[in-house]
Design a protein around this ligand. Structure first.
Ligand code: NAD
Length: 476
């Protein structure tokens, strides 16, 4: 994407800490007017959100290009998904919001019992920097569809996107229902000190624990969308050329800064002689001989993340058993890291220590599915587990012997864009989910409603429960 200077936003000042309790109180007051419960009101908000993304598509792309050098297709991962989630909410709003009648029994034959979907109230959405629009606004679509007021906290790390959102969101939504707050840890901490009706947090595990601890003080429910190391198992029967091309694409999309991106590979040792050259070729197919000059290859978000990633590269490259397939070069000034793929990796190596979240990937050779399973199961439950295999029996075995937020076979990243599938983690990769109806339910309270008539016939039925027992059929 061409760098334009259509609009260079000044970097935002953090929201004054004193404003934060006031924002929470004002939105609470709005919620109590009941106006957000009206489905027509929700439609207006969702349409505004849709138009907002569509009308500002190129400005948002420009901001993300400045933050992460995202190309147009990678920006689409942010913006088109926000649009499709919003459109999905608009299509299904009445259906999702409708009461679900309870099954009738003899005892409830004349009742009007149902599960109704109540909005929760005022919800706080805290987002990270890697998909800085989608991870903020796709949850917002679900929250608005469910009839809530929303406070948005974008990441301060993706500064240009934060600045643009801070400018545009207040011009798009009414201040009594949607507010956006800017800043880093002090602002996030002040937000967490308030009482919310739900906190939806996307980011790393350490902060996830901080969020949950703060929420516990108010018994506020939380959704934690966290990360971790997503493994790939490549079986001996895999179509290696296709596997390598898809793996390189899934790994290097957004320069490896994707929560569900493949993190490390467990490859059956028999495929390595074909996998290694195929991966090398795949990187060239996608980004040419020199990815530094490719307009489609992203950059690392910050100097801090550059330091973390280049440290890993230096330590891994120094190990004599590292077989470097590609990369090793980096440039701090332009925050560029060449795709760094290494074979011969051992499970205790730097590449295997913690979530990489960058264009780095280690390949560990395994002798069997069981060995792969024991490595996967010795680590935290991943957000996504990837299996590359033709054998259905192998896929089923892995599916039935592991836990992960998603299991994906012969594909990377598609689960991010499929509204009909739940998106969320398990164990250390988080809990709760969203996308499509799941998002609507996350931001709703499923409230039981028992509605019985008070007429004579109904009262006759009720009499069977009234003491004295001697007057009822229960008397011995
Ligand atoms: P980040 O640094 O932008 O932090 C995320 C948010 O947490 C920001 O808004 C930040 O202001 C806030 N924050 C930071 N410190 C805080 C504190 N002490 N108290 C309260 N809030 C605080 O982003 P990050 O955490 O580096 O994001 C990367 C991580 O997020 C990776 O682990 C990745 O896997 C995960 N992730 C998960 C998903 C998912 O959908 N499950 C999506 C994207 C990223």
């Amino acid at each position: 994407m061409e760098e334009t200077s259509v609009r260079i936003m000044p970097l935002p000042n953090p929201t004054p800490l004193d404003d934060i309790p006031k924002i929470a109180r004002e939105l609470d007051a709005t919620f109590l007017t009941n106006k957000t419960r009206d489905l027509a009101w929700r439609r207006v908000q969702l349409n505004r959100l849709y138009d907002f993304v569509q009308d500002n598509y190129s400005l948002l792309c420009e901001a993300m290009h400045k933050d992460l050098r995202k190309d147009l297709f990678t920006c689409g991962g942010d913006l088109d998904l926000t649009l499709s989630e919003t459109a999905h909410c608009l299509t299904h709003l009445e259906e999702w919001a409708a009461p679900v009648p309870a099954k009738k029994t003899l005892f409830t034959l004349f009742d009007n019992n149902a599960t109704i979907h109540d909005p929760l109230g005022v919800v706080l959405i805290i987002a990270p920097w890697n998909y800085p629009v989608m991870l903020l606004l796709a949850p917002m679509a679900a929250a608005l569809a469910a009839g809530n007021c929303v406070v948005l906290k974008p990441s301060e790390v993706s500064t240009h996107t934060e600045a643009l959102l801070l400018d545009l969101i207040p011009k798009t939504f009414d201040a009594d229902t949607v507010r956006i707050v800017a800043g880093g840890v002090p602002v996030a901490s002040a937000l967490l000190a308030q009482k919310w009706d739900h906190i939806f947090y996307t980011g790393n595990e350490t902060v996830g624990k901080i969020v949950m601890t703060a929420a516990a003080k108010h018994l506020t429910p939380v959704t934690l969308e966290l990360g971790g190391k997503c493994p790939v198992y490549i079986h001996e029967d895999a179509n290696i050329d296709v596997a390598a091309q898809r793996l390189a694409w899934g790994k290097l999309y957004n320069a490896g800064q994707t929560c569900i991106g493949p993190d490390y590979v467990l490859a059956h040792k028999s495929v390595l002689p074909r996998l290694i050259p195929a991966l090398k070729k795949a990187v060239q197919n996608l980004y040419g001989e020199n990815p530094h000059t490719s307009p489609d290859y992203g950059r690392v978000v910050s100097a801090g993340h550059m330091k973390r990633l280049t440290d890993i590269i230096d330590r891994q490259s120094a190990l004599p058993h590292s077989q470097i397939i590609s990369g090793g070069e980096y440039d701090h000034d332009s925050k560029y890291i060449a795709p760094y793929f290494v074979a011969g990796v051992q499970t205790t190596d730097p590449l295997m220590e913690s979530e990489l979240f960058g264009p780095l990937m280690g390949i560990v050779a395994v002798s069997s599915v069981d060995e792969a399973l024991s490595i996967i199961n010795s680590r935290a439950h991943p957000l996504c587990l990837y299996v590359v295999a033709e054998s259905k029996a192998v896929v089923k075995k892995i599916q039935n012997s592991t836990r992960s937020g998603t299991i994906s076979i012969n594909d990377y990243l598609a689960n991010m864009v499929l509204s009909d599938l739940p998106f969320g983690g398990v164990g250390a990769s988080g809990f709760g989910s969203y996308h499509g109806r799941r998002g609507f339910l996350t931001f709703s309270h499923e409230r039981a409603r028992v509605w019985r008539s008070a007429d004579a016939f109904s009262e006759l039925c009720h009499k069977v429960a009234y003491p004295p027992l001697a007057n009822t059929p229960w008397a011995l």
